[in-house]
Write a protein that binds this ligand. Structure first.
Ligand code: IMP
Ligand code: MG
Length: 185
């Protein structure tokens, strides 16, 4: 086996990050979210819409843990440059799937300002899904600029930037099993 222990501090580009949420802690939360999804959508053949790139690792673990018949689709949008959200959304990879009458679960790594999720939900709602819910591993409540309902949340965190478990800082850090937070001192 390769060494699994991650260092307490890591350097990415010009920034230092410290260990914040360990793999074990993340997996406990993911399992709890998956269980709720399982109970609610067991016989509903839900359609998971995974927001790339950041949510790929979380979505993989969540959907495996939910362990119910379902379909999985991917969407890719961009609204973020470096550490700041720009608010406007560009669709880089669209959806082929019909959402009408489907039970749709949007899977996102992190909701920061909420602009990305608000825009996506607005677009999806037009197609009149049977239900539309959000599973976000991380939410930054203090940063939220829009009113959105997040049915399944892993962790509520401060506004500090995080990387790892799919999340990146300018393309780096996605491979990490744990989540690291910007060291602000
Ligand atoms: P929002 O539109 O401001 O909610 O931003 C959402 C997107 O910005 C997320 O899907 C992430 O891709 C990215 N993002 C927001 N905060 C962070 C962070 O702390 N680390 C890495 N990516 C982030
Ligand atoms: Mg994302």
């Amino acid at each position: 086996m390769l060494a699994v222990k991650q260092p307490p501090l890591i350097q990415i580009h010009d920034k230092t990050f410290r260990i914040f949420l360990t793999e074990a802690k993340i997996q406990v939360q993911v399992a709890k979210m998956a269980e709720k999804i399982q109970v609610r959508f067991k016989h509903k053949n839900p359609l998971f819409i995974v927001v790339l790139n950041g949510a790929f690792m979380f979505a993989s673990d969540l959907i495996k843990a939910a362990n119910i018949p379902c379909e999985i689709a991917f969407i890719r949008v961009a609204s973020y440059r470096g550490m700041e959200s720009s608010g406007d959304l560009k669709e880089l990879l669209g959806l082929q799937e019909e959402l009408n009458n489907r039970h749709v679960i949007v899977v996102e790594d992190i909701v920061d300002s909420g602009h990305t999720m608000a825009r996506l939900l607005e677009d999806f709602r037009v197609e009149q899904p049977a239900s539309l819910s959000v599973a976000a591993l991380l939410v930054k409540p203090e940063q939220m600029k829009t009113q959105i309902n997040i049915e399944y949340t892993g962790f509520e965190i401060s506004e500090l930037f995080v990387v790892g478990y799919g999340l990146d800082y300018d393309g780096q850090g996605r491979y990490l099993k744990d989540i690291y937070q910007l060291k602000d001192d």
